[in-house]
Design a protein. Sequence first.
Length: 160
Amino acid sequence: MTTPRPVILAALCSLAMLGAAPGQAAETDESPRACVEAQAAAGAPAADCVNRAHAACLQFEQGSAAGIACFLEAKDAWGERIRTRMEEIGAAASEEIAMIAGIEVKYDLQANLLQCDRMRELTLVRQDPDAATTHANARCEATAVGLAYVKLLLQSEKID
């Protein structure tokens, strides 16, 4: 039995809120797409590629402006990867398949980001907003968009 995706995302965001770093975070020059493809081929969790891509951001102190900026840049980079993949799908697949992929990624993003919003609100019940909560939210959002990209890649791998 597999763990539902929102539960996994909530756990990742919880780690972000607590300032814990995932065990798999390690520097790599491998592109996220190559990482996902390699992980899938090896039968390993492709979601680990998100943590690997965020390794540089994990080097910054929790709540630092540099750490927040790093995760916001990572979120934007994941978004650009999604846009690029959607363009590839649009060029290679039927209009119907491209529309389905667009709907799927739209709702995956919304669901993932909603979990980040939930975790942020729960944290704010216990403490006032500060740089650490901003940092944790930026990390969660970067992870959320990264996971949507990973899912899009895995679901569309046979389209090319």
